[in-house]
Design a protein around this ligand. Structure first.
Ligand code: NAD
Length: 260
């Protein structure tokens, strides 16, 4: 057995995925980063995390819309590190638009990246986890996996689907030491959220500042954005031995949003 556990975090070149990747690396795991972006920025993050956390960090640019690339991502991570102990399905995109105008191509892309990619990564990683009697699968759903907001039909549908997948895999892994849970963040100020402010302003006839105050933070009783560090800390706990009895859950980290 390898002396360190290893984790794959999809969509970890930015935002929440990068925060989770850093947190897992600092808990002592080797890491496979994934996602798009500027190659110099990605390399800088890769070397910085490796040196600060003292673990091996590799980068794989697999496209989460492409099942062949997803299978290769899991195979190559297994070859590099010996095992994939922790799989974090985090890659995601958003599009905000009323249903009448919602582009079909955006629906297809959101379903592919936010939902189907998790099916493909889990299908590829699950057999070895089951055989070793250990695995931790963490899916990034959203408060929008539990409740809806208007103008986000594809995203809300995909995230509700992620919760169904999470429960199913939890049952299939339950007797094999493999847990599967979903984290459901509220609004975290990442590029994904910043990019949807102008479209939400247009769809709702508001200024961008009104969107932040009256739509985003209005959803969260704390009136504060969730931080990537808060989500990363939960991922580290779910990945730990102590979380062995937590499976099939959808855990909100949302400042009280879905309690209302
Ligand atoms: P982000 O835009 O900062 O990061 C998204 C990541 O996904 C990036 O690394 C990007 O390169 C990657 N990605 C996009 N398309 C990809 C593809 N085809 N193949 C591989 N990688 C791809 O977004 P974020 O806010 O950090 O979101 C991360 C996850 O958290 C998403 O699943 C999102 O739905 C979820 N989430 C975010 C919030 C929030 O408020 N930011 C709230 C709830 C849930």
């Amino acid at each position: 057995m390898p002396d360190r556990q290893s984790a794959i975090v999809t969509g970890s070149t930015s935002g929440i995925g990068l925060g989770i990747a850093e947190a897992l690396a600092h808990s002592g795991m080797n890491l496979t980063l994934n996602g798009f972006g500027d190659s110099d920025d990605i390399e800088a993050n890769r070397t910085r995390i490796a040196s600060e956390a003292g673990v091996d960090v590799r980068y794989d640019g697999a496209d989460m819309t492409k099942p062949d690339e997803i299978r290769r991502l899991v195979d190559d991570a297994t070859t590099a590190f010996g095992t994939v102990d922790v799989l974090v399905n985090n890659a995601g995109i958003q599009h905000v638009s009323p249903i009448e105008e919602f582009p079909e191509a955006k629906w297809d892309a959101i379903l592919a990246i936010n939902l189907s990619s998790s099916f493909h990564t889990i299908k590829a990683a699950f057999p070895a986890m089951k055989a070793r009697k250990f695995g931790r699968i963490i899916n990034l759903a959203s408060a929008h996996g539990l409740v809806a907001s208007p103008y986000k039909s594809a995203y809300v549908a995909a995230k509700h689907g992620v919760l169904g997948l999470t429960k199913t895999i939890a049952l299939e892994g339950a007797e094999h030491g493999v847990t599967c849970n979903a984290i459901c963040p509220g609004y975290v100020k990442t590029p994904l959220v910043e990019a949807q402010i102008p479209d939400t302003a247009k769809a709702r006839g508001m200024t961008e500042e009104e969107v932040v105050q009256n739509v985003l933070l209005a959803a969260q009783p704390t009136k504060q954005f969730v931080t990537v560090e808060q989500v990363g800390a939960l991922a580290v706990f779910l990945a730990s031995d102590k979380a062995a009895s937590i499976t099939g859950t959808a855990i909100p980290v949302d400042g009280g949003w879905v309690a209302q």
